[in-house]
Design a binder for this molecule. Sequence first.
Ligand code: HAM
Length: 420
Amino acid sequence: MKIHRIKGFADLFSPESDTFTYIENLARTVFSACGFTELRTPVMEETALFRRGIGEETDVVNKEMYSLTTEGGHNYSLRPEATAGVMRAYIENSLYAKSPISRLFTIGPMFRHERPQKGRLRQFHQLNCECLGSDSPVTDADVICMLMRFLTKLKLPPLELHLNSLGCHSCRPVFKEALREYLEGKLRNNSGFCADCERRISTNPLRVLDCKHERCQALLQDAPRIKNYLCPECRDHFLRVCSLLEHERISFILDDFLVRGLDYYCRTTFEVRSGDIGSQSAVAGGGRYDALVEQLGGPKTPGIGFACGMERLALLMPNVERRKSDFYLLAMDEQALIVGFSLLQDLRNHGFSGEMNFQIQSFKSLMRQADKSGALYSLILGSSEVEQRSVTIKNMRDGSQVTISQDSAGAFLKTGLSNE
Ligand code: HAM
């Protein structure tokens, strides 16, 4: 019986994998230029980390984790996001004692057992950034500017930055109560919330705000708005973030209903959305989490971060063209295979990229392969070339051809390629 890949898990071949590599490389360049260093955390952690960090009542933890119990009775889960693992590593390695600010980025696969659809996989990839140690609104604006700079460099179709403040532990509970009261009032009138929202009204009323159902959205028309409940400190913090972004000409949409799906957020939250990839429109999301480190057993440390979904970025980009090989070597007989193999290794040792045939075939079919490889030059080794220690080099663009000594092939390629 054939074995298939798991539903929602993808094989990534070239050119899609080239696009992913391009996105990752650009991310490394942009994030490093802002003082971020790379942290690679394990893909599996203790389940308790996610339960405590992300929140028991979130869909991510409640319904979507891939969890297992080992024979020894340990409960582990594949990471559904990167933030909790980064916090665990930050605390475990006492990074707070080494530097007042830590800027860390993580790139890799995440796992959520969601219903697969366009832009939504069960194994997906995130570019994740966390900046720990500052609660200044300047930090929020700096992190958002970095994200927008990165997305601009990817040259994507127009995107929308949505921005909101979720307040803090002192002002949010007042808002939450007002919202719950409003929602329960609607519920008493039998107004028809979806089943998820009906449940959330008592468990996590904030999540009702970002329900996608039209009926639920209509019922929220007159719901209380968090902006009217922010304490003076949170209001001032948010106004400063907004004005710093305006100053940098980053346009944004103030979105009262942006609450995000993870429980650790406070104050600034944001999401970048695209109108070009269907219902899974968020290409990036993030926000502030000033209580998370403490909640996970570390010292009180404010933080802010975001993650971009690489599959969704890739959906918005044309495939990146892979760099073409420099040459394709055609060995025409057994002797040429031996000499050609040596020449191939020698040229590769000198930094050229190329391949060769491993079996004898007709000149015509080898030329077809050389053509298909996209190489700029084909190197032909027949019996006379082997005898004279020469090689015939054909420029695949203009068809011109020279026969030179094998020793000078590298120098010839170097000159030719530098003129490309
Ligand atoms: P999130 O909004 O859950 O936030 O995910 C961030 C991004 O990951 C989304 O905007 C989306 O592009 C992508 N994504 C999420 N789920 C899937 C999926 N099933 N398939 C494909 N792409 C997906 C977080 O994960 C937070 N940890 C972000 C953060 C970092 N907040 C602070 N620091």
